[in-house]
Design a protein around this ligand. Structure first.
Ligand SMILES: [Zn+2]
Length: 115
């Protein structure tokens, strides 16, 4: 399950950030997950519960912000929501389109408890 390695990676990154701030504990973690990031929400949330055990994130409030994918049309500049890799502009039927967001898998914010 690749979500588990992603979850451990998130915990590691968050722990590094917390260490930089001389924190003891992480209180809140906000994640941003694009619909094209290849992550299954249920699997990620389950994996996170496993990954945080015994870490600074153990009792943290974790929020998951799922971001819909947005594509832009190069021909008419229309912006539209889509999860389709073979995306067609709904306004002009052009296939000359590109994603502007939806691939993100980021830590949006982190709140720590300092001594
Ligand atoms: Zn268009």
């Amino acid at each position: 399950m690749h979500e588990l390695s992603i979850a451990f990676n998130i915990v590691e990154l968050a722990t590094e950030e917390a260490a930089k701030a001389d924190a003891r504990k992480i209180l809140k973690l906000q994640l941003e997950i694009g619909s094209l990031s290849g992550v299954l929400p249920d699997a990620l949330e389950f994996a996170m519960e496993e990954a945080i055990k015994g870490s600074m994130l153990e009792n943290a409030a974790i929020s998951y912000n799922y971001i819909p994918a947005i594509a832009n049309c190069s021909d008419c500049c229309n912006e539209f929501e889509t999860d389709d890799y073979f995306k067609v502009c709904p306004a002009c039927n052009s296939t000359n389109t590109f994603f502007v967001r939806g691939k993100e898998l980021n830590i949006k914010s982190i709140e720590v408890l300092q001594d």
